[in-house]
Design a protein around this ligand. Structure first.
Ligand SMILES: Cc1cc2nc3c(=O)[nH]c(=O)nc-3n(C[C@H](O)[C@H](O)[C@H](O)COP(=O)(O)OP(=O)(O)OC[C@H]3O[C@@H](n4cnc5c(N)ncnc54)[C@H](O)[C@@H]3O)c2cc1C
Length: 386
């Protein structure tokens, strides 16, 4: 639809990027999306295609084999993929999101040389481990702990709801150091798969289709050369996490747009009472509301992404974009399902899985309530906002 494609904040190069990703998504990813959602399998084949095109290195500098794109480029890539395949978009998020950005920003030269080139090619799958059974939103209270033993750390703890842990080659493990309490005690180490003491346990099948895993650390020995951010690094890590907030939102934006496209076609074709249902004013008003809701989110998200350049998005802009887009996607995908009537509730049409996928956004990467807390905290620092 021309109106959705026209956006003045997107450069000509970015329009080409969008066109490329749209074509692959339509041809390669969308036809397999229903099956991937059912099995929850990691989309290795799709990732290979994206890796060969260099798209998985978008957050990595050229000197390490990446294409050194902007946050906006990453947003556009995920938005397009999510229109066709939520599972693939989530897998790509794991590669081009906070994981790569944190390694680029905070890794030692040796770490960057060791890991970034293979991440850029899509040959190293990444997992990020923050959430624990008793600390989700309250991440700064995590209990996983690393003890300094000279040339290595010994790490113990349990992480839960970890995406891609079953297939990950490298784990960004958020941990406390030496039991130091509060956010000041938290940093991050890199753990290679197969490291003794690193165990991948129970998997939870999600309503979106993918699995989330429990990761257990039992006297896991990690060499100091794999230290990414030492204690008192939580602030740095959360700054990097603003990227994830924008990219999480871009998947929700794509899902909402994909569902809108489906609803638009369906309402023009489906006839009731002797006319296409799109001719009823009630249906037109729903389509208008959905479209405006999408455009509002898009403006907020593109602002946050554009202002980030190649760095990290602003905290307030990222939280505003994430909150609005996550909630918008829940509304819009549900409206799209409603416009399909009973067929929308069946697996014959893609909208039902778009509804399920869109539900992840307001939970993962900081819930909507947490975003509102962050937004309010920033607002309350000001004497006057407008
Ligand atoms: C699809 C998906 C993928 C994920 N992948 C990963 C991953 O790869 N790595 C990882 O570490 N984690 C991952 N997670 C976990 C995710 O980060 C957590 O689910 C999230 O941070 C919320 O934590 P929780 O589930 O423990 O909920 P809780 O923190 O227990 O929250 C429960 C409810 O209470 C609300 N709440 C909590 N605190 C407040 C407050 N102060 N004010 C108001 N309301 C509040 C929440 O908003 C929520 O509605 C993933 C989750 C999902 C759904």
């Amino acid at each position: 639809m021309a109106m959705l494609e026209t956006n003045t904040s997107v450069s000509d190069e970015q329009k080409m990027l969008v066109k490329t990703v749209r074509e692959i998504t339509e041809k390669e990813f969308k036809p397999k999306a229903a099956e991937l959602t059912d099995t929850g399998e990691f989309p290795f084949e799709n990732m290979k295609v994206l890796g060969e095109l260099g798209l998985l290195g978008i957050s990595i500098p050229e000197e390490y084999g990446g294409s050194e794109g902007t946050v906006m480029d990453a947003v556009l890539i995920l938005e397009e993929i999510a229109k066709g395949c939520y599972i693939t978009a989530m897998a790509v998020l794991g590669e081009i999101g906070v994981q790569s950005k944190a390694i680029v920003a905070y890794g030692s030269e040796a770490i960057k040389q060791k890991y970034l080139p293979s991440i850029a090619k899509g040959q190293t799958t990444l997992a990020i481990c923050i959430t624990e059974p008793n600390t989700g939103s309250d991440a700064a209270n995590m209990t996983t702990n690393a003890v300094d033993q000279g040339d290595h750390f010994v790490v113990n703890g349990v992480k839960t709801m970890i995406s891609r842990a079953d297939v990950a080659d490298l784990f960004l493990m958020f941990t406390r150091f030496e039991g130091t309490p509060g956010h000041k005690g938290i940093g991050c180490i890199l753990i290679d798969k197969g490291t003794p003491g690193l165990h991948i346990k129970q998997g939870f099948k999600t309503m979106g289709g993918e699995y989330l895993w429990e990761v257990v650390l039992e006297d896991c020995i990690v060499l100091k050369e794999n230290l990414l951010v030492l204690e008192d690094g939580f602030k740095k890590l959360m700054t990097a996490f603003n990227t994830q907030r924008c990219l999480n939102a871009s998947i929700c934006l794509g899902l909402a747009e994909g569902a809108f496209n489906e609803a638009l076609s369906y309402t023009k074709e489906r006839e009731q009472f002797g006319q296409p249902i799109a001719d009823f004013q009630g249906i037109q008003w729903m389509l208008s509301e959905m479209y405006v809701d999408i455009e509002a989110s898009k403006a907020l998200l593109y602002r946050a992404a554009r202002n980030a350049g190649r760095g990290f998005p602003d905290k307030l802009e990222a939280s505003i974009a994430k909150f609005h887009t996550n909630e918008m996607a829940i509304r819009v995908t549900n409206q799209a399902l409603q416009l399909h009537g009973g067929y929308g509730y069946t697996k014959e049409y893609p909208v039902e899985r778009m509804v399920r996928g869109a539900r992840f956004g307001a939970i993962g990467g900081g819930t909507s309530q947490v975003q509102k807390n962050l937004i309010a905290r920033e607002l309350l620092k000001s004497k006057r906002v407008f």
